[in-house]
Design a protein around this ligand. Structure first.
Ligand SMILES: Nc1ncnc2c1ncn2[C@@H]1O[C@H](COP(=O)(O)OP(=O)(O)O)[C@@H](O)[C@H]1O
Ligand SMILES: Cc1ncc(COP(=O)(O)OP(=O)(O)O)c(N)n1
Length: 276
C-alpha cells in the first residue's frame, strides 16, 4: 500500500486561469509531495490580463470545508490566501482555533498567512474594510506571514525601498503578532537580486537569489507560500521550510511560461522530473 502523504490545507480563492490562488497552491502541494486540500473562499473571474470580478462563497460553506477536512483527514499545515471579506476572515480565524490550527492553539499545526490584498495587475482581492480584520484576526494566529511589498505598505505603512527599510518592515509586521515574517523582495525591481527577509525578531535571515528576466511571474507569491507550507507539513522548522520554498520558487520563476496575452504563470513542473 502507498504510504499516506502529509496533508496541507489551503484556504483561498479560485483563479479561473489556473496560475494563482488555490490552483497554484494545489499544484505546488502536489509537486512537493503532500496531499492538498482546499477551503474555497471566493471564485475570481481571472486570466493573464487581470481579475474581472469575484464572488464570495457563503461564510458557513467556507468554515464547513475547514471542519470537514480537519476532523476527518487531519491537517499537518495550513495556508491562507485570498479571504475577501471581514466576515470570512473572522469566521476562518475562529474556525482555525476550533480545529487547532495556528499559533496559540494546543496542537501547534503551523499556519502560513499570505495576506493577499490585490493581484499583480492591481485588482482588489480583499474588500477595503477587511484590512483591519487581516491585521487583528489573522496575523496574530500566523506561524509565518509572507507579505509582498504592497501588502507590507498596507499593513504597516512602511514603504520598503532597500535592505534597511525591509528590516524595519519586518519589525513592524512582527508587532502585529505573527511568530515569523518573510518580507518578500520581488517588487524591488531595480535590485539585481531577489532578496526575501525572514525574521522572528531574534533571528534575521536574508534569502537572496538571482532575479530572472521574465514578465511571467503570475502566482509567484502563492507558489512560494505553498511550497513553504508543504515543507512545514513534512515537519521542517520555519527557517528550513522557507529556504526550501525559496529554492522552489526560484526554479519555478526560471521556468515560467507565457500563456494568454498578458502575464503567464510560474511553473512548478520542473519538480516532477526530480527526486526530493
Ligand atoms: N524575477 C524574479 N526572479 C526570481 N525570483 C523572483 C522574481 N520575482 C519574484 N521572485 C521571488 O518570488 C517570490 C514572490 O515574490 P514577490 O513578487 O515579492 O511576491 P508576490 O508574488 O506575492 O507579489 C519571492 O521569493 C521573490 O523573491
Ligand atoms: C484567487 C487569487 N488569489 C491570489 C492571487 C494573488 O496571487 P500571487 O501569487 O500574489 O500572484 P499575482 O497576482 O502577484 O500574480 C490571485 N491573483 N488570485
Amino acid at each position: 500500500m502507498t504510504p499516506t502523504p502529509k496533508t496541507a490545507l489551503t484556504i483561498a480563492g479560485s483563479d479561473s486561469g489556473g496560475g494563482a490562488g488555490l490552483q497554484a497552491d494545489l499544484r505546488t502541494f502536489f509537486a512537493c509531495g503532500v496531499h492538498g486540500m482546499t477551503a474555497v473562499t471566493a471564485v475570481t473571474v481571472q486570466n493573464s490580463l487581470g481579475v474581472a470580478g469575484f464572488s464570495e462563497i457563503p461564510v458557513d460553506v467556507v468554515t464547513a470545508q475547514i471542519t470537514a477536512v480537519a476532523g476527518d483527514m487531519g491537517v499537518n499545515a495550513a495556508k491562507t490566501g485570498m479571504l475577501a471579506t471581514v466576515e470570512i476572515i473572522e469566521a476562518v480565524a475562529s474556525t482555525l482555533d476550533e480545529v487547532g490550527i495556528g499559533r496559540g492553539t494546543q496542537s501547534h499545526v503551523p499556519l502560513v498567512v499570505d495576506p493577499v490584498a490585490a493581484s499583480m495587475h492591481g485588482d482588489a482581492l480583499l474588500r477595503q474594510d477587511a484590512l483591519e480584520a487581516l491585521r487583528t484576526e489573522l496575523l496574530p494566529r500566523a506561524t509565518l506571514a509572507t507579505p509582498n511589498l504592497d501588502e507590507v505598505l498596507l499593513l504597516t505603512g512602511v514603504r520598503v525601498s532597500d535592505g534597511q527599510s525591509q528590516r524595519e518592515a519586518a519589525q513592524a509586521l512582527l508587532e502585529l503578532g505573527p511568530q515569523w515574517v518573510l518580507v518578500k523582495g520581488g517588487h524591488l525591481v531595480n535590485s539585481p537580486r531577489c532578496v526575501d527577509l525572514l525574521s522572528d525578531g531574534t533571528h534575521i535571515v536574508e534569502l537572496g537569489g538571482p532575479r530572472y528576466e521574465t514578465e511571467h511571474t503570475h502566482g509567484g507569491g502563492d507558489t512560494l507560500a505553498s511550497a513553504i507550507t508543504a515543507g512545514l507539513a513534512k515537519g521542517l522548522g520555519v527557517p528550513d521550510a522557507v529556504s526550501s520554498g525559496k529554492r522552489f520558487i526560484e526554479r519555478s520563476v526560471a521556468e515560467a511560461y507565457p500563456l494568454g496575452a498578458g502575464v503567464g504563470p510560474v511553473s512548478p513542473f520542473w519538480r516532477l522530473s526530480q527526486s526530493d
